[in-house]
Design a protein around this ligand. Structure first.
Ligand code: V47
Length: 378
């Protein structure tokens, strides 16, 4: 593609655009320049160019259900509106049978993934989690179980005094399929001290994912933006993920997450009410351009709104996530989006952007549906 067709207005972007068109890796300084640029359309065209080389028009989504077995949490992260102390109003913990029942609510054969995350409960034994995974696998053998953030895995290791590898082995033996990408927030220690003081640091978050990848489990990665972090903090975060991916290749997708301030302590410190569409699209484009070794960039519609997520599909993203069914973490923090959507609605968003919808399973294998069967193409 000739650089002229990108119509780059910001002079600082021109040498970076040359590098991208030549397929060269971007540096830390390039990343900061991407974030500092307001030439959003050029960023979008560059990111779409990369997306197009990787995926053409193919745009992914899945049919999934979120399950949050407990919101009881020993940590008091300022960024979070979901966690509760055990005796606080609204605190809940599902008995195993209740979690199985929740998983089966509005059940259709179309569901291919349960996305399971919860708080750091002070009293639940580790067996609760292995029994949860085993029980779900027994009842829904064809559903992929994407469960427990690195923060939860490190907590189980801490309370049981078992190694992270041993915890992951036991969960994998029970039926765990992969790890979700939550809890990464922003790796910069000075920011972490403010937004999630009691959480594991970057080193442990990355270690959990490294060990999972070494064991053959895939995972995803996230970054929380739109609070007190700087452009430099975001680039540092993305480059630490890129470095681990160079090593293991185990990340399937990256999901930038916009901070939602309502009902959070951090919301009182952040001078603006919420992220803007401009910032959301810039994060999608910058992550597509910096994470050259991540196959997929997800525009999580719950967090971005379906309207902005649809536009993000032409700013570097190639995945909209799924149907979700019941979302708590963002809705406790004031998200105005619906809690669920349907296959036809997702397909409409993708086709409306002139792209080709591909239903996938968690590992991005196409799911083929006929009236009577669902097959994952291996
Ligand atoms: O871990 C918590 C973040 C994450 C807030 O892996 C908040 O495919 C914004 O990780 N405002 C949960 N963000 C969501 C998540 C996720 C979502 C979709 C797909 C995948 C995937 C992962 O949300 C938490 C935390 O990082 N979070 N509170 C808040 N107030």
């Amino acid at each position: 593609m000739p650089i002229a067709s990108l119509n780059v207005q910001d002079r600082a972007l021109k040498p970076i655009a040359e590098k991208i068109l030549a397929g060269e890796r971007l540096t830390f300084e390039d990343g900061v320049a991407l974030y500092k640029s307001n030439d959003l359309l050029a960023l979008g065209r560059l990111a779409h160019h990369v997306r197009d080389k990787l995926h053409g028009d193919r745009t992914y989504f899945n049919v999934n259900r979120h399950i949050n077995p407990t919101n009881v949490c020993v940590a008091s992260c300022k960024l979070c509106a979901f966690g509760r102390k055990p005796d606080a109003p609204g605190a809940y913990t599902m008995a195993l049978e209740e979690a199985f029942r929740t998983a089966g609510e509005n059940w259709t054969e179309a569901v291919t993934e349960f996305h399971i995350v919860g708080g750091l409960h002070p009293d639940l034994p580790f067996e609760y989690y292995t029994d949860l995974i085993r029980g779900l696998k027994d009842r829904f053998p064809d559903v992929h179980l994407k469960a427990f953030t690195a923060v939860e895995i490190a907590y189980y290791s801490h309370v049981t005094r078992l190694s992270i590898r041993e915890i992951l082995e036991r969960l994998k033996n029970a039926g765990l399929g992969s790890l979700p990408g939550g809890g990464a927030e922003i790796f910069a220690p000075a920011v972490r001290r403010v937004i999630c003081d009691h959480k594991i640091g970057a080193h442990t978050w990355l270690k959990v994912h490294r060990i999972a990848h070494e064991m053959g489990l895939h995972s995803t990665a996230t970054m929380l933006y739109g609070h007190i972090e700087s452009a430099e903090d975001r680039v540092d975060h993305l480059l630490q993920l890129r470095a681990l991916q160079d090593h293991t290749g185990g990340f399937r997708a990256f999901i930038p997450l916009a901070f939602h301030p309502a009902n959070t302590e951090l919301g009182k410190l952040v001078p603006w009410p919420e992220t803007t569409g401009f910032m959301d699209l810039k994060n999608i484009a910058a992550s597509r351009l910096l994470l050259d070794n991540f196959p997929h960039i997800k525009a999580y519609w719950i967090m971005m709104t379906p309207r902005v997520a649809q536009i993000a599909l032409r700013f570097g993203a190639n995945d909209l996530d799924g149907t979700v069914v019941e979302e708590k973490i963002y809705h406790d923090a004031g998200a105005k989006t619906p809690q669920t959507t349907t296959r036809p609605q997702i397909i409409r968003l993708i086709q409306g952007a002139g792209l080709e919808p591909i239903e996938r399973d968690t590992l991005y294998r196409p799911v083929v549906r006929t009236e009577t069967s669902v097959t994952v193409q291996v």
